[in-house]
Write a protein that binds this ligand. Structure first.
Ligand code: HEC
Length: 108
């Protein structure tokens, strides 16, 4: 009986952990690193010049393109590729995590 209770406890813990992971699509990434990279790569400078001075509006403008976490990752990669911004491939996910925390707020 004791062992069964322990097993149940572990199962509950495992389910809880996977639910927590789902609530944050970029759980393994660090939004603080992303914020720094986003500034260093001058993402905002270009976006701001196109959005009347407020770069954040690129992410929140009506009809903006990114609709989910996967799309966000793709769009960050797209902009990095297209603009020649100096971002290492493994850092793209940090930037996505930052933009998600700050603007998009996708749950999964
Ligand atoms: C030289 C200009 C330029 C630079 C630099 C740039 N972008 Fe962009 N970005 C754009 C333009 C233009 C769009 C709008 C594209 C469209 O609507 O098709 C855009 C759109 C986006 C979007 C989609 C917004 C939405 O929801 O519609 C994301 C995300 C994004 N950029 C991320 C980045 C990141 C991260 C960087 C820096 C690594 C970056 N961009 C650098 C020009 C730039």
């Amino acid at each position: 009986m004791m062992r069964l209770t322990t097993a149940c406890g572990m199962l509950v813990a495992a389910l809880w952990l996977s639910a927590a992971a789902q609530a944050e699509p970029f759980a393994k990434a660090d939004p603080r690193i992303g914020e720094k990279l986003h500034a260093e790569a001058k993402c905002n400078a270009c976006h701001a010049s196109r959005m009347g001075g407020d770069g954040g509006r690129m992410y929140t403008r009506p009809g903006h393109k990114v609709k989910d976490a996967q799309g966000l990752l793709k769009m960050v990669q797209f902009c990095v590729d297209r603009t020649g911004a100096m971002v290492f491939p493994e850092d793209v996910v940090h930037i996505a995590a930052y933009l998600n925390r700050q603007f998009y707020k996708f749950q999964q």
